[in-house]
Design a protein around this ligand. Structure first.
Ligand SMILES: [Ca+2]
Length: 124
């Protein structure tokens, strides 16, 4: 009886070791964090830093801690978005085409980096 109990304990230890040895799935980084179906804004270039993501948009990016902070974006919403210099969709600065699913830095466009204060689905 004692021998059986010992064997059981050994098997349990072996299983827990196996699970512990399985590598944890690596956390997504950069643009890979952006979920399908959303527009994502990032505070740093190349999809780094803080991320905020939107299904329809936001009239005031202060609410998402992204006001005048967006430096890159990925559009996985399946539709175009428009970005504005001011709150409540005033002064459109850039169309965020649905083509940019893989992500893009905003310094590629004059006057776009760190300027967005509102975004919404649709064209300017
Ligand atoms: Ca702004």
């Amino acid at each position: 009886m004692r021998r059986i109990l010992t064997l059981g304990a050994t098997i349990a230890l072996g299983l827990s070791t196996m699970f512990a040895a399985t590598p944890a799935q690596a956390a997504a980084t950069g643009y890979d964090r952006c979920p399908q179906g959303y527009l994502c804004l990032f505070s740093d270039n190349d999809g780094n830093g803080t991320m905020a993501y939107f299904k329809f948009g936001s009239p005031d990016l202060r609410g998402q801690s992204m006001d005048n902070r967006a430096s890159s974006f990925a559009n996985r919403s399946g539709q175009g978005f428009s970005a504005y210099l001011d709150y409540n969709y005033q002064n459109c600065v850039l169309g965020l085409n649905a083509y940019y699913t893989a992500g893009e830095n905003l310094y590629h466009w004059w006057n776009a980096d760190n300027t967005f204060s509102s975004v919404k689905a649709g064209s300017c």
